[in-house]
Ligand binder design. Structure first.
Ligand code: AP5
Length: 197
C-alpha cells in the first residue's frame, strides 16, 4: 500500500501516521522528521535546511525528492509506505509520479485531512503547552507567527495538490476535526473499502 497524507500543519498527519504504521505495518516516511534529523546531525542538507525550516518556508524540491527517493529504496518500503508531508508542491508531486513510474509502483490513495484554521491554531497551542510540560524543546517553527506563515505556505504551494490528485482519482477527503480515534476510524473505513476488505 502506497499512501500520501496531505493536510495543513497541525492537521494530524503525524498522529494518524502512527495509527497506519500499527494497523497496516507500512513505514511512515515523514520528510519533516527526516529533515529535523538532518538538522540535528548537522549534515550538509541539515545545515542548509535549518534556517528555511525555522522560518516556516519549504526546503527545495530537489533536496526533498532526493531524500525520499533514497528512503523508498530501503528494504522496509518493499511492501509499501506512507508519505507524511511529501509531496508539498506540484513539482514534488510530478517528481514522485516519475519516481514511482520508474520503479513500476503505483500510488493507492491520497488522504486529505481537513481541519479549520482556528482548530489548527488551538492544536498548536496545546502542542506547545504539552511539550513544555514534558520539559522538551519546542520546535523552532512552532510559534504562532511562524505557524501562520506555514499555513499560508500550505494554501499557496500545497493546496494545489488537492485538484491534482482529484484528477488522478486518488483523493480521499477525511474530516480531521473529530477526536483522534474518530479520525482514525474514518481513515480505516476508506482504506478498508479501497483494499476490498
Ligand atoms: P512537518 O514536520 O511535515 O510539519 P507540518 O506538515 O507543518 O506538520 P505538523 O508536524 O506541524 O503537523 P501534523 O499534521 O503532523 O499534526 P500532528 O499529528 O503533529 O514539516 C516541517 C517543515 O519541514 C516544513 O515547514 C518545511 O520547512 C520542511 N519540510 C517538510 N517536508 C517538506 C517537503 N516535502 N518539502 C519542503 N519542505 C518540507 O498534530 C498536531 C497536534 O494536534 C499534536 O499536538 C496532536 O497531538 C494534536 N492532534 C492531532 N490530531 C488531533 C485530533 N484529532 N484532535 C485533537 N488533537 C489532535
Amino acid at each position: 500500500m502506497i499512501l500520501i497524507f496531505l493536510g495543513p500543519p497541525g492537521a494530524g498527519k503525524g498522529t494518524q501516521a502512527k495509527h497506519i504504521v500499527d494497523r497496516y505495518g507500512v513505514p511512515q516516511l515523514s520528510t519533516g522528521d527526516m529533515l529535523r534529523a538532518a538538522v540535528a546531525a548537522k549534515t550538509p542538507i541539515g545545515l542548509k535546511a535549518k534556517a528555511i525550516m525555522d522560518a516556516g518556508d519549504l526546503v527545495s524540491d530537489e533536496v526533498v525528492a532526493a531524500i525520499v527517493e533514497e528512503r523508498i529504496e530501503q528494504d522496509d518500503c518493499a511492501g509499501g509506505f506512507l508519505l507524511d508531508g511529501f509531496p508539498r508542491t506540484l513539482p514534488q508531486a510530478e517528481m514522485l509520479d516519475a519516481m514511482l513510474e520508474k520503479k513500476e509502483l503505483a500510488l493507492d490513495a491520497v488522504v486529505e485531512l481537513r481541519v479549520d484554521e482556528a482548530v489548527l491554531i488551538d492544536r498548536l497551542r496545546s502542542r506547545i503547552a504539552e511539550t513544555e510540560a514534558r520539559g522538551e524543546e519546542i520546535r523552532k517553527d512552532d510559534n504562532e507567527e511562524t505557524f501562520k506563515k506555514r499555513l499560508g505556505v500550505y494554501q499557496e504551494q500545497t493546496a494545489p495538490l488537492i485538484p491534482y490528485y482529484e484528477k488522478q482519482g486518488k483523493l480521499k477527503v477525511v474530516d480531521g476535526m473529530g477526536s483522534v480515534e474518530a479520525v482514525s476510524a474514518a481513515i480505516d473505513a476508506i482504506l478498508d473499502e479501497f483494499r476490498g476488505s
